[in-house]
Design a protein around this ligand. Sequence first.
Ligand SMILES: O=C(O)COP(=O)(O)O
Ligand SMILES: [Mg+2]
Length: 230
Amino acid sequence: MSVVARFTPRAVLFDLDGTLLDTIADLAEAANLMLAELGRPQRGQDEIHRFVGKGIPNLVRRCMTENAAATEAEVDTAVAAFRRHYTVVNGMRAAIYPGVEDTLQGLRARGIRLAVVTNKAEAFTLPLLERMGIAGHFDTVVSGDTLPVKKPDPATLRLACERLGVVPAEALMIGDSANDALAAQGAGMPVLLVTYGYSEGVPVDTIECDGLLSNALQALDHIAPSAPPA
Ligand SMILES: O=C(O)COP(=O)(O)O
Ligand SMILES: [Mg+2]
């Protein structure tokens, strides 16, 4: 019988792409609009799926250099083109994963503070959360360019905790990739990984974590019920 690890977090930090929102169609569209503009071959959504996780500059670099060659100047031009296209398509075909809204409501009902910690740049993160109607659930958002470092650097999670007024040991991270797991472990907090997200082509069940979720709602099973009022 498998034992479900239980936690009593005061805050839960969520990854965005691949955990709260299915954004691959918009990311792939912006990437292919960028590649077309630069006269380069299109890439399949499955391939671009593996490039998501370490922020937009990394995604664009991989689109330009995987089985292809590009100068640094060409990569810079490509990043600017991607950002221009993604500004238009961001959120057009994005979807909230099943169970996410009930999970966010369930956590808030338990008095738990919520944050997003994403490697997506702030100029795309904030409008996307608004467009998808979930911005109001979060007490703070740390984006990929809020600090000079991104996940897996634990400084991103520590900043979210500081803003929420909790210490990392009182928080729980929920993500979809090794970037989230390593950041959580570096900050000293437990981490649950969803199995439906984007994990850079690495099987998610090979990543060290404190539990796997096939639906976001299973996160609630990992949270011990609060003690009844005395
Ligand atoms: O922008 C990315 O590459 C991934 O963003 P995420 O950290 O929300 O998964
Ligand atoms: Mg992710």
